[in-house]
Design a protein around this ligand. Structure first.
Ligand code: N01
Length: 553
């Protein structure tokens, strides 16, 4: 169904679609392709000028894939796409990933159904029509039976509220909102706040150019060498020739990658064996340092300590000044903040033009027009880089703040907890689906593959509703509670919830603090398939008020 109607309230026109998708990043692009293939009319809105989402925004120096990388960070839905695209490096740089996504947009003619530079300002559900109405920044209004929120798990920038920060008269950039024109650090004094992935990727690059870099660190981090290297032509050939088998492996692997799994436990090995194993993995580098080590590191304090000690020793071995090395010692359970991959981060502290300030012993007091003032001194700066992360996982849903049944806002519904079922749906918000939202594996899974698999489930659910003559679907409170217990039960068996991190929401003041991601890996996809096989167990289905809303093929 597609077309235009008059709005009964305002008299303005409302475009009519089967589905509206918010976000044209990795998830939204696939959602569009998939729903179009189903024969639905679809419109995508995105505030950016082009596709890419997180890869469009995060252009800071040194931005690269910082998980298990290419050629398996990408879409799997098209064999042709896999055959056509050559990845250059294992840890693809931001511009390469963006180029890939632009190619996908061209290849599947996605842009014709995407309206860019259009921010969705409001989304409301109408119980009588069983449809969503969205209002946008350009004045365009649209009505659709389904609302797909592909708003990104790491999209809403966290702007720190530090006294005087707005008085700072120099240049200020957030890594997640990096300008599109080149930024020169030549001859400038730069302060970087934040030592998560974005800070740790960007600091070595900025230090190569700037006159001086002051790193303002609140929490020292574990980071391992990214091990980035060119992908050899025979590796691409192998990936293509064996694509079917790789894809099968990806679908069963807990993180969505074609790697062997193992049952090895750190506490079964001697300290010498453990060191040997860690050393070999360190030399290879990359995210598999964490995946291929031992299975009990995220569960047992003792196993965790063996890995943490190994990395701390590595830092001591790299950083020449012992006082600086001390400040760089991480103290939390390794892996319970997002593991970080770097390209010479610790080595950067051996440069003459880099100073580390440990904010735990020397906190920021304020910014002035020309400096950042800490308790122990003043640091004159020309540029401030905020690598302060995101209101992650739930933040972009809350920024959208859709209004569901009875006009209840998501902000109200999620005031205490991110209530959801299967990480896909929210009670009181019929026909709204999330991709990579709370309650799903999200950032703990290969994100393009996860988006494809969630979207396939959503498409099947829509098809089921249409076949059954149903107009709306939403979860019951009981199914949300049971899902919450399942998600928390899995997380609480690990060390993850015991550390303050963006995974637990602890980086955002006032945010409900708990671990909301599903840590059961590929088990998740069995769980959601099982619910579908049981005729959408745990959901309330409502008869269509009006026939023919969806004509799924
Ligand atoms: O954000 P973060 P990020 N005063 O939240 C500090 C993904 N990613 O953008 O740890 C002082 O990890 C904060 O300190 P603390 C990746 O999954 C992907 O770096 O809260 N400091 C922390 O050091 C990653 O994990 C890619 O004590 C303040 C830092 O800022 C996720 O995005 C690239 C502060 C924030 O670290 C987020 O990474 C980059 C304050 N007021 C990131 N507020 C690619 O794949 C915050 N901090 C390309």
């Amino acid at each position: 169904m597609t077309g235009e109607n008059q709005s009964p309230q305002t008299g303005g026109t409302i475009e009519q679609y089967d589905a509206v998708i918010i976000g044209a990043g990795v998830s939204g692009m696939y959602a569009l392709h998939h729903l179009r293939e189903m024969g639905l009319s679809v419109r995508v809105y995105d505030g950016a000028t082009d596709v890419g989402g997180t890869w469009w925004y995060n252009r800071y120096p040194g931005a690269r894939v910082d998980g298990p990388g290419s050629p398996f960070y990408g879409y799997t839905f098209s064999d042709e796409l896999m055959k056509e695209w050559d990845w250059a490096e294992t840890q693809s740089k931001q511009s390469d990933v963006l180029e890939y996504l632009e190619y996908v947009a061209d290849r599947f003619d996605l842009r014709r159904d995407i309206q860019f530079e259009t921010w969705v300002e409001d989304a409301r559900y109408d119980e009588t029509t069983q449809r969503w109405t969205v209002e946008t920044s350009t004045g365009v209004r649209a009505s659709s039976q389904y609302l797909i929120c592909a708003v990104g798990a790491l999209s809403t920038a966290n702007m720190p509220d530090i006294p005087g920060i707005h008085d700072f008269a120099g240049e200020t950039y957030h890594t997640g909102r990096w300008p599109h024109e080149p930024i020169s650090f030549e001859g400038k004094r730069v302060a970087v706040i934040g030592t998560g992935s974005s800070g740790i990727q960007s600091i070595p690059e900025i230090a190569k150019e700037a006159a001086h870099v002051t790193v303002l660190q609140r929490t020292a981090q574990y980071s391992v060498p990214a091990g980035n290297r060119p992908i050899q032509p025979d590796e691409m050939t192998d990936a293509r020739d064996n694509w079917e088998s790789f894809r099968t492996q990806m679908n069963v692997h807990p993180g969505g990658f074609p790697f062997e799994t193992h049952e090895r436990m750190a506490l079964d090995d001697t300290p010498e064996q453990r060191r040997e194993r860690y050393e070999a993995l360190w030399q290879r580098g990359g995210f598999r340092f964490f995946l291929d080590g031992y299975n009990d590191v995220a569960m047992s304090e003792e196993a965790n300590a063996s890995l943490a000690d190994f990395i701390r020793d590595k830092i001591r071995g790299i950083v020449r000044d012992p006082e600086t090395a001390d400040k760089l010692m991480p103290e939390f359970f390794v892996m319970t903040k997002r593991p970080i991959l770097d390209n010479g981060y610790f080595e950067t502290f051996n440069r003459d033009n880099v100073t580390l300030v440990d904010l735990r012993e020397d906190p920021i007091e304020c910014f002035t027009a020309t400096s950042v003032r800490t308790q122990k001194g003043e640091h004159p700066i020309d540029v401030l880089v905020l690598a302060t992360g995101f209101d992650a996982i739930s933040g972009s849903m809350l920024r959208l703040n859709p209004k569901g049944r009875g006009g209840v806002s998501l902000e109200e519904r999620w005031s205490d907890r991110f209530h959801n079922y299967l990480g896909l749906t929210i009670g009181g918000f019929p026909n709204l689906f999330m991709i990579h939202g709370p309650g799903s594996p999200g950032v703990f899974y290969n994100m393009p593959l996860g988006a494809e698999r969630q979207m396939e489930w959503i498409g099947n659910c829509m098809r089921y509703l249409s076949d059954q003559g149903m107009g709306a679907v939403e979860p019951t409170n009981q199914s949300e509670e049971a899902w919450d217990a399942e998600v928390s039960g899995i997380a609480n068996a690990t060390l993850f919830p015991r550390t303050d991190s963006w995974w637990t929401g602890a980086n955002i003041p006032g945010k409900p603090r708990y671990f909301s991601a599903y840590l059961g890996g590929s088990l998740y996809y069995h769980r959601i398939a099982d619910v579908a096989a049981k005729n959408y167990e745990g959901f309330l289905l409502e008869q269509a008020h009006r026939a023919g809303d969806v004509e799924a093929s």
